[in-house]
Structure formats: structure tokens, C-alpha cells
Design a protein around this ligand. Sequence first.
Ligand SMILES: C[S@@+](CC[C@H](N)C(=O)[O-])C[C@H]1O[C@@H](n2cnc3c(N)ncnc32)[C@H](O)[C@@H]1O
Length: 306
Amino acid sequence: MHQPVLLYETIFYLLNKPDGIYVDGTVGGGGHLHELLQKLNKKARILALDKDLHTLEETKRRFQHDPRVIFVHEDFRHLSRVLAEHNLTKVDGIMLDLGVSSFQLDLEERGFSFHDDARLDMRMNRQDQLSAWDVVNTYDESDLVRILIQYGEEKYARSIVSNIIKKRQGKTIDTTLELAELIKASVPASYRREKHPARKTFQALRMEVNDELGAIETVLPQAVELLNPGGRLCVITFHSLEDRLVKHFMQWEARTCICPPGLPVCTCNHQARLEILTRKPVQPTPEECQRNPRSRSAKLRAASRI
Ligand SMILES: C[S@@+](CC[C@H](N)C(=O)[O-])C[C@H]1O[C@@H](n2cnc3c(N)ncnc32)[C@H](O)[C@@H]1O
């Protein structure tokens, strides 16, 4: 089972209208959805999206008796279109709980985990073209190094990529364990003892395969447009690059003036569209981290539409 992260904190910030319309853009196993439904009355509606069809079907089965939820198999980057297709123009809350769920990690055949042996895949949406196999076996050296450094902050990126390039000259790298073994052999023994040495490379590949940063960049401006005044935007991130994107976006939308510094009077007529509700990101308590180690890197940021 996937344990929802920062559950009560997220619902606290998200909820502003008990009979409102909400979007859960990353419904996963429905942990946040379940809690939200407890707090909403019977007139409320929730649009629940996930780009992983298998996950969505499982969760839909679980909530099939609740007519307030509409399930949609779609990437949240298409949020405006999805809402329009459901004749909705504005909503009262949008939440995103980014990344993968424990459910996906535990499904061996999805190729997300370096603990199981499976074909290198990592696609959240199995209808997408690009898989981790393509990235590992077809990207050129400089792109692979860039991805491992940028998304994985992997300090042995060059050594790992150099071994990938050597290895694939003989034969393609097909499985998660093949890649994990190659990574182990590319890093010093001291690094191997810290955490699993494949952790950062696998995270970087997953972010590339699913264009995770691109999806956030695309959805945030749509989310602001789609919120009713007082409506809430809540985003849980697990990676510093994701958090930086959300933080800068919210700060920009909360500014009342964007004139260059030094102008005697404001000429920009810029209007703030968001009020930031979490001056610092909300992070899990030590108890939550102990109960659910996956929550350790989580950060929640919330804002309200002005
Ligand atoms: C961390 S899990 C969400 C868990 C959920 N909040 C719960 O409590 O059960 C993230 C989910 O978002 C989905 N996802 C990630 N990126 C997505 C995107 N761009 N569009 C739609 N779904 C996405 C993943 O497939 C995964 O099921």
C-alpha cells in the first residue's frame, strides 16, 4: 500500500469549500482523495487524474461507489483541456503529489526499482514512446551525463556514463539489475556502503523518461487560471528542482510589482494572482519520517487564488 505523505497538512490547506470542485492531479492509490472525500459534502465533485492507467483502474475500483469522483486517465499537463472536456471552467482546489507511488515501485515489471530484475522501462504512462531502455541505450554521452548530474545530483555521473557507453558497444543494457550492477562497479566502495549507489541514477532516468519537470512547468500557469478566487493550489514535491520550480512560480505570482529595481514609480500594472499560505514549505514530522521513510524529502507548498 502507498502511504499518503503530509496527508492532513495537505487537506488542511486544500479545503476551502465543502461543496466545491477539486482536482487531484496525481490520484495514485487515492490516499489524499479518500481523506478529502471525508471532508466534502455530497454536492462536491473531484476530478481525479493519473497518467498511469493500471493505477487509475485499481483506484477507480476502490472508489466506484462514490459518485462525486470522476476518474480521468490523463497527464496533468493537459489540465485545462481535461476540465473543458468535463464542462468545467473553474475549480476550488488543485493538488499535486508528485513522483511515483510505492505501488508503482513495487510492481516489478514496471522497471522502476533497482531491487527487482525487470526490463528497463519506468514509464508512468505505458502508452508513451520513451522508456528508460531508450534513454540508456540511445542517448549520447553528454546528454546522459547532464541528466545524471542535473536530475540525480550524481557525483560519479561521468564514471557511470562512461561504463554505460562501453558496455552498450558490445550489447544493449536491457534490465534494471544489469544497470544496477554496472553502477555498483562504477563507484568507489565507500560510496557503495552509504545508500544504494543506483538510487540517484534511477531517479534521474525516471525524471527524464516521464518529463517530470516539464509537466510541472506546464501545469502551474494553467492551475492559476483555473482556480476560483479563494481556491487553493497545493503541491508536494520530493526533489529540490521540483520544489524550486514551485517556489519560484508561487513567488512570481504573489508579486504585486515586477518593475526593474530602481524605478521611482511602478509602471508594470502587474497584479498578484496568488497569496502564499506556506511561507516555508511544510515538511513531515519526525514521526511521519519514521513511519514512512519515503516522506523524508517531501515539501508541501500551498497558495490561495486572489
Ligand atoms: C506520489 S503518487 C500519488 C499518491 C496519492 N496522492 C495517494 O495518496 O495515494 C504520484 C502519482 O502521480 C502520477 N503522476 C505523476 N506524474 C503525473 C502526471 N504528469 N500526470 C498525471 N499523473 C501523474 C503517478 O503515476 C502516481 O500514481
